[in-house]
Design a protein around this ligand. Sequence first.
Ligand code: FAD
Length: 302
Amino acid sequence: MSELLINELKNKYACQIKENEPLKAYTSFKIGGCAKYVVFPQEKDSLAGIVRELKEQGVKYTVIGNGSNLLVPDDGYDGVAIITTGIKNISCEGEILHAGCGASLIKLSVSALENSLTGLEFAYGIPGSVGGAVYMNAGAYVSEISEILHKCVCYDTLADEMLTLDNKACDFSYRNSIFEQNESRYVILEASFLLKRGNKDDIRAMMDDFMSRRREKQPLEYPSAGSAFKRAPGYFTAKLIDDAGLKGYSIGGAQVSEKHAGFIINTGSASASDVLSLMEHIKTTVKERFGVDIEGEIRILE
Ligand SMILES: Cc1cc2nc3c(=O)[nH]c(=O)nc-3n(C[C@H](O)[C@H](O)[C@H](O)COP(=O)(O)OP(=O)(O)OC[C@H]3O[C@@H](n4cnc5c(N)ncnc54)[C@H](O)[C@@H]3O)c2cc1C
């Protein structure tokens, strides 16, 4: 990848670019090696423009939001990591909240509260960005993004055009969407959410309740990427892992949390290969014990 191209991007899109930057600083797992370059666009048109140019030049790239569902390999990423968290605008129009792809989901739920809008309480506590949450249809406490997404503006890298997708076109299902199905074809630029008028005290009470349940049940004191596995149809995956006797099991610095068996935590010095080995061990053990196939939820950067 040429220095020239990188300098061109820097000047054209007025974005910060870092070279040989440790990606672990941008993930909730705090694991992984360096990216050749990390680019920080500050607005959605720059994000689309940067992606278009990198794609045209055949340069390997990836889009990262808050890095809270991501495992970066120990040998890093030999390409350009584009981090969206600078695109963080949030605005309210009646019962609709608009947000840039890099806006924090937690801030979005607080904004819903401030505007007396209900429907986003479940997202209070999910440490992702709007783009990452739409990408994987994030959810909690029997609600998910698909229930409130109004529209989503994205850049289609294959057709080289901007698209506005409505809820149906996003083809949401459990932790899945058109974006996840097509991996890196679409870059989510912004999204809007249709909420309902509600009572501020009730909204706040529900948010506080969800947050205290998280604090009580999840190992928030350790770096992690949330639930390591998806729900297997008909089963609670964390219970399967627990029943297989794996709570507390560790490989290197990666451990099945004692507090919540669905979480793999970094006890301080975990490598990506520790996490991957542990995930494999969990899958094999659960399959042997209960005959159930479980699927990873964490995106592994390649
Ligand atoms: C303590 C903890 C608790 C969690 N609790 C929950 C929970 O209750 N429910 C839940 O669903 N998840 C949970 N998660 C996981 C995570 O927060 C969510 O999956 C979140 O939606 C990921 O968003 P992100 O911005 O961090 O995505 P990233 O990790 O940055 O990226 C994840 C994927 O999304 C893609 N992506 C990100 N932004 C864009 C974009 N703009 N355009 C296209 N693709 C994009 C990336 O390429 C990548 O493939 C938890 C994580 C932690 C650490």
